[in-house]
Design a protein around this ligand. Structure first.
Ligand SMILES: C[S@@+](CC[C@H](N)C(=O)[O-])C[C@H]1O[C@@H](n2cnc3c(N)ncnc32)[C@H](O)[C@@H]1O
Length: 194
């Protein structure tokens, strides 16, 4: 890993953990992925020919940097969507510090509205880490914009199982998808669209 990006990731990780311990309001928490989830995403991207990642839920850009740093000197790209004004500002600042702006497009928008506007099979990897109450409602569009033989990764499958349970059941009932929950970080649901 590029040393300055590694330092920046460590800084953002520490900031997020400290911030989320102090602030009471849910909206103000960073809720970043764990470092091992970042490493897991890296393994998946490095072992594949993924070109067009969609991340739903940017926060301050910690997971986006984990994703985009794999694309340095390539033509692959991360598109990421975040609704919160303050987090958009923080993410933009962190992408600049990481010098990864050219590999990232940040959309300041509701993810549901964003998904509706995307063409079929636009993305060959999706990382879903947003407001879990919307996942079932977003599924049709998430599935529509994902290419076949591609992965969608969903965080918090163990830490917030009750909130993602209906979504997990929906995926498990599909004949066109294989899925598995792995105990990395907060629990990661891996979905393969066949
Ligand atoms: C768990 S945090 C994302 C953490 C980030 N992936 C990371 O690891 O650094 C979830 C984010 O989703 C955003 N969010 C919630 N509802 C959203 C929506 N409808 N559209 C877009 N973003 C949304 C929240 O503001 C929050 O920043």
């Amino acid at each position: 890993m590029h040393t300055s990006i590694e330092n920046l990731l460590n800084e953002i990780e520490s900031f997020g953990l400290e911030n989320d311990n102090i602030v009471k309001e849910d909206r103000l928490k960073m809720k970043n992925i764990t470092k091992d989830t970042g490493q897991f995403l890296t393994l998946l991207l490095k072992s594949s020919k993924v070109k067009n990642v969609l991340e739903v839920g940017t926060s301050n850009g910690y997971s986006t940097i984990w994703l985009a740093r794999n694309f340095i000197n390539s033509d692959a790209h991360v598109t990421t969507v975040e609704i919160d004004d303050r987090k958009i500002t923080m993410a933009r600042d962190n992408f600049r510090k990481a010098n990864l702006q050219k590999y990232i497009t940040l959309h300041h928008e509701d993810a549901g509205a964003f998904l509706k506007k995307q063409a079929n099979e636009t993305f060959d990897f999706i990382f879903l880490d947003s407001d879990r109450s919307h996942y079932v409602g977003w599924w049709e569009d998430l599935n529509r914009v994902l290419q076949r033989n591609s992965l969608m990764i969903v965080d918090n499958a163990n830490s917030h199982r009750e909130e993602v349970n209906d979504f997990i059941k929906l995926i498990q009932s599909s004949d066109n998808h294989d899925s598995l929950i792995v105990s990395v970080g907060k629990g990661v649901l891996i979905i393969l669209k066949n």
